[in-house]
Design a protein around this ligand. Structure first.
Ligand code: GLY
Length: 598
């Protein structure tokens, strides 16, 4: 079939020799050979523009196969996708199209979807109007007439926000007119003589055509690239898409994609691609790997003098395993939020740390757990407080963020939400360990059961808490924290770990922070938010900001923070005797420290 298509196109080229004059290659038997082998060489050209870190899902119209739909949702963040649907190409003034499109995506688990529509360019330049795009992880542009999209949005703030969305790792998808508009030089209509207009220019160096084989559009695409010899033509048939990531495009779906190389590249060629074929695109800069940085903590405190070497090894190994997981996720292009979640789960399952299994006892002799996550892209967050049967509270916190319109659920409400979400449950005594019981007994025998933070001789496993902060290769920051709280805390007591702005904070403009120590102090001083605000408003560095808050605002011994800024600088500042901590980054750093060492 691929061969047939190639031959069909070659015949077509031959029949058009006179029409396209110098732009069309001369066709003879050698060209067929060239069509098969030369294209890779032509496509590896010097590039001129930056296509960002996100993805494009460019669909040729017609019924959209599941494979394409699922890939779009996956690239948008799965169940956490925050989708904006742009229905402006349709003739019905948007609403019915947006409704049916939103229904399609919600049947695929995308629960957060809204429409953005106007035909008024001044509205498309309005800050409030474009605001949903700033929080989005995905945009879907539905079909109709591409001129409606161009008239409303080209050259406006909507276009600028779409570029930013892609640069911060989001996905933009479009079908039919929604695919055409992604080109800079855009085919508006006409066949075989195309009418050319201006599109959103999200695929530098490419002219996209759609419904390509079904509507016999080869001639018009040849004509379009003939008039714009610095562009490559990509004709996408119905039920088929290209997924563009960086400088590569991969074919998904049921039919074919036709690639016409730039007339500027001689000899020019045409190639037919099918599912799983990939090409390198022109007009796209191959980006060098981007900076990433990760810090993890296992709580304020240090190795006690009487700790065995086995205990010391267990703390060190625990941090190392968690950090390795985070590094593996980020190095393979995963998100900061995914890394935070996976890393903290590992620490929750490790009884050496005061979170999940191994959490401290409260004054009632049971365990109440707190956790939170925050996404620096959107300032969105999720938290749970006082949960007692959820094996991994960090996962439930993430679900609060992704599947509710709230930020913090507590106690029995959080437990009920866990039931609804079908997350793994355990009996409360799953969290108990002999080590923690011993500390609880010791604390109760001491100072009338005062919470352990006030006891100078507290051992590290009496406070603990775990956390993770990440800058990923897409430039996104995220933070998460999970804890059993303070030994012998009053039942119902909530610390700083599930309070966004106190124990956990992330803002892509500044930094991501996770705290450990006496929670009440971190809440009083809004530690995470305060560090971020000093960076934003005083233009202080992360180090200056964190040191000021920990050393000038809090009391000595209150605890510490790990933090990473948007440039990948990692800091840890603590006034406790020590902090269990680890750091890794794209420059090859990999440190695991459990003593007061550098
Ligand atoms: N920093 C943990 C807590 O106070 O609960």
């Amino acid at each position: 079939m691929v061969q047939c298509c190639a031959e069909y196109f070659l015949n077509l080229l031959e029949s058009r020799k006179g029409f396209l004059m110098t732009n069309v290659l001369s066709v003879d038997n050698r060209v067929l050979l060239l069509c098969r082998f030369a294209i890779a060489a032509f496509l590896a050209v010097v590039s001129v523009a930056d296509a960002g870190d996100g993805a494009l899902v460019v669909v040729g119209g017609g019924p959209i196969p599941d494979q394409i739909i699922d890939r779009f949702v996956e690239l948008g963040g799965g169940n956490g996708t925050r989708l904006v649907v742009i229905p402006t190409a349709s003739s019905d003034n948007g609403l019915p199209t947006a409704d049916s499109t939103i229904q399609l995506w919600s049947s695929r688990g995308v629960t957060h979807a809204i429409q953005l529509h106007t035909r008024d360019r001044s509205q498309a330049d309005n800050e409030d109007f474009v605001n949903p795009l700033r929080n989005a992880t995905a945009v879907w542009i539905s079909g109709g007439q591409q001129s409606r999209l161009a008239d409303a949005y080209v050259g406006t703030k909507v276009q600028a926000e779409l570029v930013k969305l892609r640069n911060r790792g989001g996905v933009i998808g479009g079908t039919s007119a929604g695919a055409a508009i992604l080109s800079g030089v855009m085919i508006v209509g006409g066949n075989p003589v195309p009418k050319i207009g201006r599109g959103l220019d999200l695929i530098p160096g490419i002219i996209v055509d759609q419904h390509f084989l079904r509507r016999s559009r080869v001639n018009r695409l040849l004509e379009a690239v003939g008039r714009h010899p610095d562009r490559m033509g990509i004709g996408i048939d119905e039920s088929t898409a290209i997924i563009v990531q960086g400088d590569r495009a991969k074919v998904v779906g049921d039919s074919y994609v036709t690639v016409i190389t730039k007339p500027d590249d001689r000899p020019q060629s045409m190639q037919t691609l099918r599912r799983d074929d990939a090409i390198q695109l022109p007009g796209v800069t191959r980006k060098s790997p981007k900076k990433w940085a990760i810090a993890v903590h296992g709580g304020a405190g240090t190795v006690p003098a009487d700790a065995s070497s086995a205990e010391e090894k267990a703390w060190r190994d625990g941090l190392q395993i968690a950090m390795r997981k985070a590094v593996a996720i980020i190095e393979s292009g995963g998100t900061s939020m995914g890394a935070v979640d996976a890393t903290i789960r590992i620490l929750e399952d490790n009884e050496m740390f005061n979170a999940g299994k191994g959490a401290v006892f409260n004054s009632a002799g049971s365990h109440e757990l707190d956790a939170s996550v925050m996404d620096g892209r959107t300032l969105d967050g999720g938290a749970v407080a006082g949960v007692s049967t959820v094996r991994n509270p960090i996962g439930l916190a993430r679900l609060v963020m992704n599947r509710t319109s709230h930020v913090l659920l507590s106690g029995s409400g959080a437990e009920q939400f866990a039931t609804e979400q079908d997350v793994e449950r355990v009996k409360n005594n799953y969290f108990s360990t002999e080590r923690r019981r011993e500390s609880w007994n010791r604390v109760r025998a001491h100072e009338d059961g005062a919470p352990v933070s006030r006891i100078r001789s507290a051992r590290p496993w009496q406070y603990g808490t775990v956390g993770c902060v990440v800058l990923d290769t897409h430039g996104n920051l995220a933070a998460g924290t999970s804890t059993g709280g303070l030994t012998n805390k009053k039942f119902g007591r909530v610390g700083d770990s599930p309070i966004l702005g106190a124990g956990t904070y992330a803002d892509n403009d500044t930094c991501a922070v996770s705290a450990t120590g006496t929670g009440e102090q971190f809440i009083r001083h809004a530690v995470g938010a305060q560090i971020s605000l000093l960076m934003r408003h005083r233009r202080w560095t992360l180090k200056q900001s964190a040191e000021y808050v920990l050393k000038q605002r809090l009391n000595k011994g209150d605890g510490g923070v790990i933090a990473v800024d948007r440039d990948g600088n990692i800091e840890w500042v603590y006034t406790s005797p020590g902090m269990f901590r680890a750091a890794a980054d794209s420059d090859g750093r990999f440190d695991v420290l459990i003593r007061d060492e550098n």
